[in-house]
Design a protein around this ligand. Structure first.
Ligand code: FAD
Ligand code: NAG
Ligand code: NAG
Length: 485
C-alpha cells in the first residue's frame, strides 16, 4: 500500500461524526486537499433534527460516558475524548473564532454525569465490571454507587449530588439502585458538529453540503476495479487518491460489501417540551440533571435512556430495547435495511413502534409523574438510525482489495462521544500507525467468527424487528393533538 502524499486529493462522503472528525484531523495533520460531501445543507440546517436533518449525529444531545464494562480500549478512548471536549468548551469560552451563530456562552459538553439505573436489587454485571476495570486502571472513585454513603459524599463534593437520585426516588420511598459515571455527561450534539465543521474548515478542509452537488451517486473505478473517486448527483465526477465512506446508516446500502458486517437499525425517541415558566425547567437543566440509563441491557422491556432538557426546553427520552430494521430490495436484488424518517425522500416515517411507546410511557408514568401533573405530554416522536456492526465495534479500515476505498462507520450507538478524537485514530489507520493498539485491531474489516454475534444482522423482511411487521404508535399525542411537525 503506497502512502498518501499530503497533496493527494481525498474525498470523504458524509459529514457526521466520522466524516467531520476525519476531515478535521486530516486537515490538522497537513493533508491539503480534503473534500467532504454531504447531501445535507448543514450550513443552513445547523445539524438540527427540527430543521430537517436525520443523521444520527444531527441531534440535540448525546451521552458521554467512559464506563465501558471491561472494554478498556473504549474507556481510555473516552478519557482522551473528554479532555478534548473540555478543551473545546474552554476555546468557546474565549469567544474567539466562533462558528456562525454560536456565542461564548455556548458549551458543547456538560459534565453532569451518566447514571445507569436498575429496577432490581443488585447491580448488573456490566456495571460491576466497569467499577473493577476503572479501579485497575487507576480511575478510582469515578463510578459512584447511588446507595453508598461514601460515594454520595464524593458526588456532593464534586457538585454532582443531584445526579444520584434525579427522579427523587428516595423521597418517594422507592428503590433507587444504580451507578453514576461521574466522568460523563451530555454532549450538545448539533452545536458540537457545527464547531467541528468550523474547525475542519479553519484547517483548510473543503465542504460540499448540498442535496444535489453534495450527494454521492456512485463510485468511479479504474480498469482494475480500484476506486478512483466518486460521482455526485449533479453528474460531476470527483477524482481522489482515496475515498472515505462515512455515511452512517446509509453506508451499508451504498457500499454493499459491508453485508453481514454492518446494518442500519432504528431507535425510538420521544420529546417533551418543558415550558420556561415550569418549575421542571430548572430541575431538568444540564446543571441539575444527569444523562441516565434504565435497564439498558435488559432486552425489549428495558433499554431506555434520557437527557437533561436542552436550551429550548426539549426533554428527550430514547428506547433502544428493540433494534428495528427497514429491509428493502436493492438494485442487486438483495434486501438491505435503509433509513426512513420524517425527512426521507419518498416514503416517510413520523411515528415510533407501539412497543417502544409502551415502554417509554410506562417509565414516564413511574419515574416522571411530574410531567403529567404539569400537563406536559409527548410533543414529537421520531426514529433515529444507527449503524450496527455484529460485534458493536466500529469499522475503520481500507476495503479489502481496493486501495482507493476506506470506511469509517459502524458507530453501533456509541460513537458520538468520540467526535473530537476519532478522526485522529482514523488518520493513524490510514497512515498505518499504531496498528497494534486493541481499538485499531477491533475496528478492522472482519466477518462473523465462531463467537455468537452481539447483534444479529440482516434478518430481512421476515424478521420480527422489521418495521413492516410491527404496529406503530399513534401519531397523535395522548391529549389528542396532532404531534408537531
Ligand atoms: C437515537 C440515537 C442515539 C444515540 N445516542 C448516542 C449517545 O448517547 N452517545 C454516543 O456516543 N453515541 C450515540 N449514538 C451513536 C452516534 O450518534 C453515532 O455513532 C454517530 O453519530 C454516527 O456518526 P456517523 O458519521 O457514522 O453517521 P451519521 O451521523 O448518520 O452521518 C452520516 C452522514 O452521511 C450523509 N449521507 C448519507 N448518504 C449520503 C449520500 N448518498 N451522499 C452524501 N452524504 C450522505 C448523511 O446526510 C449524514 O450527514 C446514538 C445514535 C442514535 C441514532
Ligand atoms: C485537489 O484535487 C483535485 C482532484 O484531483 C484537483 O482537481 C485540484 O486541483 C486539487 N487541489 C489542490 C489545491 O491541489
Ligand atoms: C453510561 O451510558 C451508557 C450509554 O451510553 C450505558 O451503556 C452505560 O451503562 C452507562 N454507565 C454508567 C455507569 O453510567
Amino acid at each position: 500500500m503506497s502512502p498518501l502524499s499530503k497533496d493527494a486529493p481525498i474525498n470523504i462522503v458524509g459529514a457526521g461524526v466520522f466524516g467531520l472528525s476525519t476531515a478535521l484531523h486530516l486537515a490538522r495533520r497537513g493533508y491539503r486537499n480534503v473534500t467532504v460531501f454531504d447531501k445535507q445543507p448543514y450550513d443552513t440546517t445547523l445539524y438540527s433534527y427540527l430543521n430537517g436533518c436525520d443523521a444520527a449525529s444531527a441531534d440535540m444531545n448525546k451521552i458521554i460516558r467512559s464506563a465501558y464494562g471491561s472494554q478498556v480500549e473504549y474507556q481510555e478512548l473516552t478519557f482522551e475524548a473528554i479532555e478534548a471536549w473540555k478543551a473545546w468548551n474552554s476555546e468557546l469560552a474565549t469567544g474567539n473564532d466562533l462558528p456562525l451563530g454560536m456565542s461564548k456562552d455556548d458549551k458543547v459538553f456538560y459534565n453532569c454525569g451518566n447514571l445507569s439505573m436498575t429496577d432490581g436489587n443488585v447491580l448488573p454485571a456490566f456495571e460491576l465490571a466497569t467499577i473493577k476495570t476503572m479501579e485497575e486502571c487507576g480511575h478510582k472513585d469515578t463510578q459512584l454507587i447511588t446507595t453508598d454513603a461514601r460515594h454520595a459524599s464524593i458526588a456532593e463534593s464534586r457538585g454532582q449530588g443531584f445526579a444520584l437520585d434525579p427522579f427523587h426516588r428516595k423521597s418517594k420511598g422507592k428503590s433507587n439502585l444504580g451507578v453514576l459515571d461521574s466522568t460523563g455527561g451530555v454532549a450538545v450534539a448539533d452545536k458540537a458538529c457545527r464547531l467541528a465543521l468550523h474547525k475542519a474548515r479553519g484547517h483548510g478542509a473543503k465542504f460540499v453540503l448540498d442535496p444535489v452537488a453534495g450527494a454521492f451517486a456512485s463510485f468511479i473505478a479504474d480498469v482494475h476495479g480500484k476506486t478512483i473517486g466518486i460521482k455526485t448527483k449533479d453528474g460531476r465526477t470527483h477524482e481522489a487518491a482515496l475515498t472515505i465512506m462515512a455515511c452512517g446508516g446509509w453506508t451499508p446500502s451504498l457500499l454493499t460489501r459491508l453485508d453481514h458486517l454492518c446494518e442500519t437499525t432504528a431507535g425510538s425517541v420521544i420529546l417533551y417540551k418543558i415550558p420556561q415558566h415550569s418549575p421542571l425547567f430548572q430541575r431538568f437543566s444540564p446543571e441539575a440533571f444527569p444523562t441516565w440509563l434504565w435497564k439498558v441491557r435488559d432486552g425489549a422491556k428495558g433499554g431506555l435512556y434520557g437527557f437533561p432538557r436542552d436550551e429550548a426546553g426539549y426533554l428527550k427520552i430514547g428506547y433502544r430495547g428493540t433494534k428495528y430494521t427497514n429491509p428493502k430490495p436493492q438494485a442487486d436484488g438483495k434486501e438491505r435495511s435503509v433509513p426512513v424518517t420524517r425527512w426521507s425522500e419518498g416514503e416517510k416515517l413520523k411515528q415510533i413502534p407501539e412497543q417502544a411507546m409502551k415502554v417509554l410511557k410506562g417509565f414516564v408514568a413511574e419515574y416522571l409523574p411530574e410531567l403529567k401533573e404539569e400537563g406536559i405530554d409527548v410533543e414529537l416522536s421520531r426514529v433515529c438510525w444507527y449503524t450496527d456492526t455484529f460485534d458493536n465495534h466500529f469499522v475503520v479500515d481500507r476495503v479489502p482489495g481496493d486501495e482507493g476505498l476506506f470506511v469509517a462507520t459502524g458507530g453501533s450507538g456509541h460513537a458520538f462521544k468520540y467526535l473530537p478524537n476519532i478522526g485522529n485514530w482514523v488518520v493513524d489507520v490510514l497512515e498505518g500507525a499504531g496498528e497494534e493498539r486493541p481499538a485499531v485491531k477491533a475496528w478492522k474489516w472482519r466477518s462473523v467468527g465462531v463467537e455468537t454475534p452481539v447483534n444479529l444482522l440482516m434478518e430481512g423482511s421476515a424478521g420480527e424487528r422489521a418495521l413492516a411487521n410491527v404496529r406503530l404508535a399513534e401519531e397523535t399525542n395522548a391529549a389528542g393533538n396532532r404531534a408537531k411537525l
